[in-house]
Ligand binder design. Sequence first.
Ligand SMILES: Cc1cc2nc3c(=O)[nH]c(=O)nc-3n(C[C@H](O)[C@H](O)[C@H](O)COP(=O)(O)OP(=O)(O)OC[C@H]3O[C@@H](n4cnc5c(N)ncnc54)[C@H](O)[C@@H]3O)c2cc1C
Length: 376
Amino acid sequence: MTSIDAIVIGGGVVGGALAFGLARQGLKVKVLDEGDIAYRASRGNAGVVWVQGKGYGCPEYQLWTRRSAEDWPNLAAELLDGTNLDVRLENRGGVVPYFSEEGRDKRQALMEQLRIEAGNAGFEYDMLDRRELARLVPGIGPKVFGASYTAYDGQVNPLNLLRALHAAFLRLGGRYVSNARVTKIEAAPHAFTVRAGVETVTAPKLILAAGLGTVALAPSLGLSVPLEPQRGQVMITERVDQTLPLPVQGGIRQTHEGAFQLGGTAGNTGFDDRTTIQGLSQGASFAVDCLPYLAGVKVVRAWSALRIMSPDEFPIYEQSGEFPGAFVATCHSGVTLAAAHTYRLAKSIAGGALPEELARLSTRRFEKSAANQGQP
Ligand SMILES: Cc1cc2nc3c(=O)[nH]c(=O)nc-3n(C[C@H](O)[C@H](O)[C@H](O)COP(=O)(O)OP(=O)(O)OC[C@H]3O[C@@H](n4cnc5c(N)ncnc54)[C@H](O)[C@@H]3O)c2cc1C
Protein backbone atom coordinates (compact mmCIF):
# COMPACT_ATOMS: atom_id res chain seq x y z
CA MET A 1 0.00 0.00 0.00
CA THR A 2 1.54 3.30 -1.08
CA SER A 3 0.18 6.71 -0.08
CA ILE A 4 0.65 9.67 -2.41
CA ASP A 5 -1.03 13.02 -3.23
CA ALA A 6 -2.70 12.14 -6.53
CA ILE A 7 -3.37 9.11 -8.68
CA VAL A 8 -3.68 9.57 -12.43
CA ILE A 9 -5.39 6.74 -14.27
CA GLY A 10 -4.15 6.70 -17.87
CA GLY A 11 -0.73 7.57 -19.24
CA GLY A 12 -1.64 8.99 -22.66
CA VAL A 13 -1.03 12.63 -23.55
CA VAL A 14 -3.91 13.77 -21.34
CA GLY A 15 -2.88 11.77 -18.26
CA GLY A 16 0.80 12.43 -19.05
CA ALA A 17 0.34 16.20 -19.28
CA LEU A 18 -1.75 16.30 -16.10
CA ALA A 19 0.70 14.08 -14.19
CA PHE A 20 3.61 16.29 -15.25
CA GLY A 21 1.61 19.42 -14.45
CA LEU A 22 0.66 18.14 -10.98
CA ALA A 23 4.27 17.14 -10.27
CA ARG A 24 5.29 20.69 -11.29
CA GLN A 25 2.90 21.90 -8.59
CA GLY A 26 4.84 19.83 -6.05
CA LEU A 27 2.40 16.91 -5.73
CA LYS A 28 3.55 13.32 -5.33
CA VAL A 29 1.84 11.59 -8.24
CA LYS A 30 1.49 8.02 -9.42
CA VAL A 31 0.29 7.14 -12.93
CA LEU A 32 -1.39 3.78 -13.50
CA ASP A 33 -1.48 2.90 -17.18
CA GLU A 34 -3.05 -0.16 -18.72
CA GLY A 35 -0.50 -0.95 -21.43
CA ASP A 36 -0.42 -1.85 -25.10
CA ILE A 37 -3.58 -3.92 -24.93
CA ALA A 38 -5.59 -0.69 -24.39
CA TYR A 39 -6.78 1.68 -27.11
CA ARG A 40 -4.21 4.44 -27.09
CA ALA A 41 -4.94 7.45 -29.29
CA SER A 42 -1.77 9.16 -28.08
CA ARG A 43 0.30 6.64 -29.99
CA GLY A 44 -1.60 6.94 -33.26
CA ASN A 45 -2.47 10.57 -33.86
CA ALA A 46 -1.50 13.19 -36.42
CA GLY A 47 0.49 15.56 -34.19
CA VAL A 48 -1.24 18.75 -35.22
CA VAL A 49 -1.76 21.64 -32.80
CA TRP A 50 -5.03 22.79 -34.30
CA VAL A 51 -7.09 25.85 -33.43
CA GLN A 52 -9.11 26.89 -36.49
CA GLY A 53 -12.31 24.92 -36.40
CA LYS A 54 -12.33 24.22 -32.66
CA GLY A 55 -15.36 25.29 -30.66
CA TYR A 56 -18.08 26.29 -33.10
CA GLY A 57 -20.94 27.26 -30.78
CA CYS A 58 -18.70 26.93 -27.72
CA PRO A 59 -16.44 29.97 -27.34
CA GLU A 60 -15.12 28.57 -24.05
CA TYR A 61 -13.57 25.67 -25.98
CA GLN A 62 -12.24 27.96 -28.68
CA LEU A 63 -10.50 30.17 -26.10
CA TRP A 64 -9.21 27.16 -24.15
CA THR A 65 -7.67 25.82 -27.36
CA ARG A 66 -6.22 29.21 -28.25
CA ARG A 67 -4.63 29.58 -24.83
CA SER A 68 -3.13 26.13 -25.17
CA ALA A 69 -1.62 27.02 -28.55
CA GLU A 70 -0.20 30.20 -26.99
CA ASP A 71 1.32 28.18 -24.12
CA TRP A 72 2.73 25.53 -26.47
CA PRO A 73 6.12 27.24 -27.08
CA ASN A 74 6.67 27.32 -23.28
CA LEU A 75 5.80 23.65 -23.01
CA ALA A 76 8.11 22.67 -25.87
CA ALA A 77 10.96 24.71 -24.36
CA GLU A 78 10.40 23.33 -20.86
CA LEU A 79 10.33 19.74 -22.12
CA LEU A 80 13.52 20.28 -24.11
CA ASP A 81 15.22 21.90 -21.17
CA GLY A 82 14.15 19.25 -18.66
CA THR A 83 14.45 16.10 -20.74
CA ASN A 84 16.60 16.94 -23.76
CA LEU A 85 13.73 15.66 -25.93
CA ASP A 86 12.72 17.96 -28.76
CA VAL A 87 9.02 17.71 -29.59
CA ARG A 88 9.73 19.66 -32.80
CA LEU A 89 7.07 22.30 -32.38
CA GLU A 90 6.52 24.28 -35.57
CA ASN A 91 3.97 27.04 -35.20
CA ARG A 92 3.76 28.66 -38.60
CA GLY A 93 -0.02 28.40 -38.83
CA GLY A 94 -2.20 26.07 -40.86
CA VAL A 95 -4.59 26.06 -43.81
CA VAL A 96 -7.96 24.49 -44.59
CA PRO A 97 -8.40 24.14 -48.36
CA TYR A 98 -11.65 24.43 -50.27
CA PHE A 99 -12.41 23.35 -53.80
CA SER A 100 -15.17 25.65 -55.07
CA GLU A 101 -16.69 29.07 -54.62
CA GLU A 102 -19.42 27.51 -52.55
CA GLY A 103 -16.74 25.82 -50.42
CA ARG A 104 -15.11 29.20 -49.88
CA ASP A 105 -18.38 30.78 -48.76
CA LYS A 106 -19.03 27.97 -46.32
CA ARG A 107 -15.50 28.17 -44.97
CA GLN A 108 -15.66 31.92 -44.57
CA ALA A 109 -18.97 31.65 -42.73
CA LEU A 110 -17.40 29.23 -40.25
CA MET A 111 -14.38 31.47 -39.70
CA GLU A 112 -16.70 34.45 -39.16
CA GLN A 113 -18.67 32.42 -36.64
CA LEU A 114 -15.48 31.78 -34.66
CA ARG A 115 -14.56 35.47 -34.85
CA ILE A 116 -17.96 36.63 -33.63
CA GLU A 117 -18.10 34.02 -30.88
CA ALA A 118 -14.60 34.97 -29.69
CA GLY A 119 -15.92 38.41 -28.75
CA ASN A 120 -13.26 40.66 -27.27
CA ALA A 121 -10.64 37.93 -27.52
CA GLY A 122 -10.77 38.34 -31.31
CA PHE A 123 -10.03 35.65 -33.89
CA GLU A 124 -7.75 36.51 -36.77
CA TYR A 125 -7.94 34.61 -40.02
CA ASP A 126 -7.28 35.14 -43.70
CA MET A 127 -9.12 33.77 -46.70
CA LEU A 128 -6.40 33.03 -49.24
CA ASP A 129 -7.12 32.85 -52.94
CA ARG A 130 -5.27 30.32 -55.10
CA ARG A 131 -2.36 32.64 -55.82
CA GLU A 132 -1.85 33.62 -52.17
CA LEU A 133 -2.13 30.00 -51.10
CA ALA A 134 0.43 28.89 -53.72
CA ARG A 135 2.93 31.36 -52.26
CA LEU A 136 2.47 29.79 -48.82
CA VAL A 137 2.13 26.18 -49.99
CA PRO A 138 4.23 25.55 -53.10
CA GLY A 139 2.94 22.87 -55.47
CA ILE A 140 -0.73 23.31 -54.59
CA GLY A 141 -2.92 21.41 -57.07
CA PRO A 142 -5.20 22.89 -59.74
CA LYS A 143 -8.34 21.57 -58.03
CA VAL A 144 -7.73 23.74 -54.98
CA PHE A 145 -9.62 27.01 -55.06
CA GLY A 146 -8.14 28.61 -51.95
CA ALA A 147 -7.89 28.12 -48.19
CA SER A 148 -8.56 29.68 -44.84
CA TYR A 149 -5.44 30.40 -42.82
CA THR A 150 -4.82 31.12 -39.16
CA ALA A 151 -1.47 31.72 -37.50
CA TYR A 152 -2.62 29.88 -34.36
CA ASP A 153 -2.09 26.38 -35.78
CA GLY A 154 1.05 24.25 -35.76
CA GLN A 155 2.45 20.75 -35.44
CA VAL A 156 4.65 18.60 -33.23
CA ASN A 157 6.07 15.11 -33.18
CA PRO A 158 3.35 13.37 -31.12
CA LEU A 159 5.46 10.40 -30.03
CA ASN A 160 8.24 12.66 -28.83
CA LEU A 161 5.59 14.61 -26.95
CA LEU A 162 4.32 11.54 -25.13
CA ARG A 163 7.84 10.41 -24.30
CA ALA A 164 8.89 13.86 -23.15
CA LEU A 165 5.85 14.31 -20.89
CA HIS A 166 6.62 10.99 -19.22
CA ALA A 167 10.34 11.77 -18.90
CA ALA A 168 9.64 15.22 -17.45
CA PHE A 169 7.20 13.71 -14.96
CA LEU A 170 9.66 11.02 -13.87
CA ARG A 171 12.39 13.62 -13.49
CA LEU A 172 10.23 15.44 -10.94
CA GLY A 173 9.94 12.24 -8.89
CA GLY A 174 6.67 10.98 -10.38
CA ARG A 175 5.99 7.24 -10.49
CA TYR A 176 4.65 5.52 -13.61
CA VAL A 177 3.34 1.96 -13.50
CA SER A 178 2.75 0.26 -16.84
CA ASN A 179 0.54 -2.78 -17.44
CA ALA A 180 -1.54 -1.53 -14.51
CA ARG A 181 -5.15 -1.86 -15.59
CA VAL A 182 -7.38 -0.29 -12.98
CA THR A 183 -10.28 -2.60 -12.27
CA LYS A 184 -11.61 -1.17 -9.04
CA ILE A 185 -11.92 2.24 -7.43
CA GLU A 186 -13.17 2.71 -3.88
CA ALA A 187 -14.27 6.31 -3.53
CA ALA A 188 -15.02 8.59 -0.60
CA PRO A 189 -14.71 12.38 -0.55
CA HIS A 190 -10.97 13.18 -0.83
CA ALA A 191 -10.07 9.52 -0.23
CA PHE A 192 -9.55 7.08 -3.10
CA THR A 193 -8.22 3.56 -3.18
CA VAL A 194 -7.41 2.18 -6.59
CA ARG A 195 -6.57 -1.39 -7.47
CA ALA A 196 -4.63 -2.35 -10.56
CA GLY A 197 -3.28 -5.92 -10.56
CA VAL A 198 -0.98 -6.20 -7.57
CA GLU A 199 -0.91 -2.42 -7.05
CA THR A 200 -3.12 -0.80 -4.44
CA VAL A 201 -2.74 2.95 -4.24
CA THR A 202 -4.49 5.48 -2.03
CA ALA A 203 -4.61 9.25 -2.42
CA PRO A 204 -6.82 12.23 -1.63
CA LYS A 205 -6.98 13.13 -5.33
CA LEU A 206 -7.80 11.00 -8.34
CA ILE A 207 -7.66 12.06 -11.97
CA LEU A 208 -9.40 9.80 -14.44
CA ALA A 209 -7.77 10.32 -17.84
CA ALA A 210 -8.05 6.86 -19.30
CA GLY A 211 -9.25 7.78 -22.80
CA LEU A 212 -11.90 5.30 -23.92
CA GLY A 213 -11.30 3.41 -20.64
CA THR A 214 -12.85 6.38 -18.82
CA VAL A 215 -16.42 5.32 -19.60
CA ALA A 216 -16.24 2.11 -17.55
CA LEU A 217 -14.47 3.67 -14.55
CA ALA A 218 -16.41 6.95 -14.23
CA PRO A 219 -19.50 5.47 -12.48
CA SER A 220 -17.36 4.46 -9.47
CA LEU A 221 -16.73 8.19 -9.07
CA GLY A 222 -20.42 9.10 -9.34
CA LEU A 223 -19.92 10.35 -12.90
CA SER A 224 -21.30 9.43 -16.29
CA VAL A 225 -18.93 10.22 -19.15
CA PRO A 226 -20.40 9.57 -22.61
CA LEU A 227 -17.59 8.81 -25.07
CA GLU A 228 -17.52 6.94 -28.35
CA PRO A 229 -14.60 5.70 -30.45
CA GLN A 230 -14.08 7.28 -33.86
CA ARG A 231 -11.59 5.62 -36.17
CA GLY A 232 -8.94 7.60 -37.99
CA GLN A 233 -6.56 6.10 -40.58
CA VAL A 234 -3.12 7.55 -41.13
CA MET A 235 -0.22 6.91 -43.55
CA ILE A 236 3.47 7.81 -43.49
CA THR A 237 5.49 8.21 -46.67
CA GLU A 238 9.16 7.81 -47.38
CA ARG A 239 11.31 10.81 -46.48
CA VAL A 240 11.64 13.44 -49.17
CA ASP A 241 12.90 17.01 -49.41
CA GLN A 242 11.10 19.57 -47.29
CA THR A 243 8.37 21.24 -49.35
CA LEU A 244 5.39 21.75 -47.04
CA PRO A 245 5.95 24.44 -44.40
CA LEU A 246 2.65 24.06 -42.54
CA PRO A 247 -0.13 21.52 -42.00
CA VAL A 248 -3.09 21.29 -44.38
CA GLN A 249 -6.31 20.25 -42.64
CA GLY A 250 -7.82 17.09 -43.96
CA GLY A 251 -4.64 15.32 -43.04
CA ILE A 252 -1.45 16.50 -44.71
CA ARG A 253 1.69 17.51 -42.87
CA GLN A 254 5.39 17.00 -43.41
CA THR A 255 7.41 15.87 -40.42
CA HIS A 256 10.72 17.48 -39.62
CA GLU A 257 12.45 14.31 -40.92
CA GLY A 258 10.80 14.80 -44.33
CA ALA A 259 8.09 12.09 -44.28
CA PHE A 260 4.56 13.14 -45.13
CA GLN A 261 1.85 12.12 -42.70
CA LEU A 262 -1.41 11.70 -44.61
CA GLY A 263 -4.98 10.81 -43.85
CA GLY A 264 -6.92 11.12 -40.64
CA THR A 265 -10.32 10.01 -41.90
CA ALA A 266 -13.20 9.86 -39.46
CA GLY A 267 -15.34 6.75 -39.26
CA ASN A 268 -17.78 5.45 -36.70
CA THR A 269 -16.89 1.79 -36.71
CA GLY A 270 -17.08 1.06 -33.00
CA PHE A 271 -13.91 -0.46 -31.59
CA ASP A 272 -12.76 -1.77 -34.97
CA ASP A 273 -9.31 -0.22 -35.35
CA ARG A 274 -8.22 -1.93 -38.56
CA THR A 275 -7.10 0.00 -41.62
CA THR A 276 -9.13 -0.32 -44.81
CA ILE A 277 -8.15 0.20 -48.44
CA GLN A 278 -11.10 2.54 -48.84
CA GLY A 279 -10.13 4.69 -45.86
CA LEU A 280 -6.48 4.92 -46.85
CA SER A 281 -7.24 5.67 -50.50
CA GLN A 282 -9.61 8.42 -49.40
CA GLY A 283 -6.75 10.06 -47.46
CA ALA A 284 -4.34 9.54 -50.36
CA SER A 285 -6.77 11.04 -52.93
CA PHE A 286 -7.29 14.14 -50.83
CA ALA A 287 -3.52 14.53 -50.45
CA VAL A 288 -2.90 14.20 -54.20
CA ASP A 289 -5.72 16.66 -54.98
CA CYS A 290 -4.03 19.19 -52.71
CA LEU A 291 -0.41 18.42 -53.62
CA PRO A 292 -0.22 16.46 -56.90
CA TYR A 293 3.52 15.79 -56.51
CA LEU A 294 2.62 13.40 -53.66
CA ALA A 295 1.43 10.89 -56.29
CA GLY A 296 5.11 10.06 -56.79
CA VAL A 297 5.94 9.60 -53.11
CA LYS A 298 5.79 6.09 -51.61
CA VAL A 299 3.70 5.24 -48.58
CA VAL A 300 5.76 3.10 -46.21
CA ARG A 301 3.43 2.51 -43.28
CA ALA A 302 -0.21 2.90 -42.32
CA TRP A 303 -2.22 2.50 -39.14
CA SER A 304 -5.51 3.38 -37.61
CA ALA A 305 -6.36 4.57 -34.11
CA LEU A 306 -9.51 5.46 -32.23
CA ARG A 307 -10.36 9.04 -31.34
CA ILE A 308 -12.15 9.66 -28.06
CA MET A 309 -15.31 11.55 -28.91
CA SER A 310 -17.90 13.14 -26.67
CA PRO A 311 -21.38 13.63 -28.21
CA ASP A 312 -20.69 17.29 -29.10
CA GLU A 313 -16.96 16.70 -29.75
CA PHE A 314 -15.95 19.16 -27.00
CA PRO A 315 -13.70 18.11 -24.09
CA ILE A 316 -15.12 16.97 -20.79
CA TYR A 317 -13.73 18.26 -17.49
CA GLU A 318 -15.53 17.56 -14.25
CA GLN A 319 -14.98 17.19 -10.53
CA SER A 320 -17.23 14.63 -8.94
CA GLY A 321 -19.96 16.22 -6.80
CA GLU A 322 -20.40 13.01 -4.84
CA PHE A 323 -16.70 12.39 -4.31
CA PRO A 324 -14.83 15.72 -4.33
CA GLY A 325 -11.18 15.24 -5.14
CA ALA A 326 -12.00 13.02 -8.14
CA PHE A 327 -11.65 14.66 -11.55
CA VAL A 328 -12.20 13.47 -15.08
CA ALA A 329 -10.43 14.91 -18.14
CA THR A 330 -10.92 13.78 -21.70
CA CYS A 331 -10.82 15.35 -25.16
CA HIS A 332 -10.35 14.53 -28.81
CA SER A 333 -7.48 17.00 -29.19
CA GLY A 334 -5.02 15.95 -26.55
CA VAL A 335 -1.96 17.11 -28.48
CA THR A 336 -3.38 20.58 -29.04
CA LEU A 337 -4.49 20.84 -25.43
CA ALA A 338 -1.30 19.40 -23.89
CA ALA A 339 -0.08 22.85 -22.84
CA ALA A 340 -3.42 23.86 -21.30
CA HIS A 341 -3.52 20.57 -19.41
CA THR A 342 0.07 20.83 -18.16
CA TYR A 343 -0.20 24.39 -16.96
CA ARG A 344 -3.74 25.66 -16.41
CA LEU A 345 -5.72 22.49 -15.73
CA ALA A 346 -3.12 20.82 -13.49
CA LYS A 347 -2.77 23.99 -11.42
CA SER A 348 -6.54 24.15 -10.88
CA ILE A 349 -6.77 20.48 -9.96
CA ALA A 350 -3.87 20.90 -7.52
CA GLY A 351 -5.81 23.81 -6.00
CA GLY A 352 -8.93 21.65 -5.66
CA ALA A 353 -11.37 23.24 -8.14
CA LEU A 354 -11.75 23.43 -11.88
CA PRO A 355 -11.51 26.91 -13.39
CA GLU A 356 -14.80 28.74 -13.93
CA GLU A 357 -13.96 29.09 -17.64
CA LEU A 358 -14.38 25.29 -17.99
CA ALA A 359 -17.84 25.10 -16.39
CA ARG A 360 -19.42 24.86 -19.86
CA LEU A 361 -17.37 21.70 -20.50
CA SER A 362 -18.71 19.67 -17.58
CA THR A 363 -20.81 16.52 -18.04
CA ARG A 364 -23.86 18.50 -16.90
CA ARG A 365 -24.38 19.59 -20.50
CA PHE A 366 -25.42 16.03 -21.38
CA GLU A 367 -28.04 15.74 -18.66
CA LYS A 368 -31.58 15.83 -19.95
CA SER A 369 -33.61 18.66 -18.50
CA ALA A 370 -36.49 17.57 -16.27
CA ALA A 371 -38.90 18.84 -18.92
CA ASN A 372 -37.45 16.40 -21.45
CA GLN A 373 -37.47 13.37 -19.18
CA GLY A 374 -39.85 10.68 -20.31
CA GLN A 375 -40.70 12.31 -23.61
CA PRO A 376 -40.50 10.05 -26.64
C1 LIG B 1 -6.05 9.23 -36.13
C2 LIG B 1 -6.02 10.27 -35.06
C3 LIG B 1 -5.48 11.50 -35.32
C4 LIG B 1 -5.45 12.48 -34.33
N1 LIG B 1 -4.84 13.65 -34.57
C5 LIG B 1 -4.73 14.59 -33.61
C6 LIG B 1 -4.04 15.79 -33.84
O1 LIG B 1 -3.49 16.01 -34.92
N2 LIG B 1 -4.00 16.71 -32.85
C7 LIG B 1 -4.60 16.50 -31.62
O2 LIG B 1 -4.55 17.38 -30.77
N3 LIG B 1 -5.22 15.34 -31.35
C8 LIG B 1 -5.30 14.39 -32.32
N4 LIG B 1 -5.93 13.20 -32.07
C9 LIG B 1 -6.53 13.01 -30.76
C10 LIG B 1 -5.51 12.67 -29.69
O3 LIG B 1 -4.71 11.61 -30.10
C11 LIG B 1 -6.26 12.33 -28.42
O4 LIG B 1 -7.05 13.43 -28.01
C12 LIG B 1 -5.33 12.00 -27.27
O5 LIG B 1 -4.38 11.06 -27.64
C13 LIG B 1 -6.13 11.49 -26.10
O6 LIG B 1 -5.24 11.17 -25.09
P1 LIG B 1 -5.72 10.37 -23.82
O7 LIG B 1 -4.56 10.35 -22.90
O8 LIG B 1 -7.01 10.93 -23.34
O9 LIG B 1 -6.10 8.94 -24.39
P2 LIG B 1 -5.20 7.68 -24.79
O10 LIG B 1 -4.02 8.07 -25.56
O11 LIG B 1 -6.12 6.68 -25.39
O12 LIG B 1 -4.66 7.17 -23.41
C14 LIG B 1 -5.50 6.57 -22.49
C15 LIG B 1 -4.61 5.75 -21.60
O13 LIG B 1 -5.41 5.21 -20.57
C16 LIG B 1 -4.99 3.90 -20.32
N5 LIG B 1 -6.12 3.17 -19.76
C17 LIG B 1 -7.32 2.87 -20.32
N6 LIG B 1 -8.09 2.19 -19.48
C18 LIG B 1 -7.36 2.04 -18.35
C19 LIG B 1 -7.59 1.40 -17.10
N7 LIG B 1 -8.74 0.76 -16.82
N8 LIG B 1 -6.60 1.41 -16.16
C20 LIG B 1 -5.42 2.04 -16.41
N9 LIG B 1 -5.17 2.66 -17.56
C21 LIG B 1 -6.12 2.66 -18.52
C22 LIG B 1 -4.49 3.36 -21.65
O14 LIG B 1 -3.46 2.41 -21.44
C23 LIG B 1 -3.95 4.60 -22.34
O15 LIG B 1 -2.54 4.72 -22.21
C24 LIG B 1 -5.99 12.22 -33.04
C25 LIG B 1 -6.51 10.95 -32.78
C26 LIG B 1 -6.53 9.99 -33.76
C27 LIG B 1 -7.07 8.64 -33.43
